[in-house]
Design a protein around this ligand. Structure first.
Ligand code: SF4
Ligand code: SF4
Length: 88
């Protein structure tokens, strides 16, 4: 088992707490441009896209900060990666 980030975009409320936390933890300042995660709003659909840059350090601090459960840190079998979607 290992820790992986489980992503459920439908739960995202677009607060950017994950991105601000990422920049603070990894860069020492609140700056969305320095975060390793991007939250993009699709106005027509009314949903948010959650995407990780290749520079993501997999520290899982964004998951700890997310208030909605859109990003969760979970124990998963060793042969899986970041997972998008999910039933809950
Ligand atoms: S897991 Fe990646 S995106 Fe999340 S806080 Fe860590 S470096 Fe940032
Ligand atoms: S993933 Fe979570 S913390 Fe990040 S913008 Fe969406 S609801 Fe907020």
């Amino acid at each position: 088992m290992k820790k992986e980030l489980i992503i459920t975009p439908a739960k995202c409320i677009g607060c950017s707490t994950c991105a601000l936390t990422c920049s603070l933890v990894n860069q020492g300042e609140f700056d969305l441009a320095k975060s390793h995660i991007r939250i993009t709003k699709y106005d027509f659909e009314g949903i948010f896209l959650i995407s990780f840059l290749s520079s993501c350090k997999s520290c899982h601090q964004c998951a700890k900060a997310c208030p909605s459960g859109a990003i969760r840190s979970m124990n998963v079998p060793d042969n899986t990666g970041h997972t998008e979607g999910g039933a809950n």
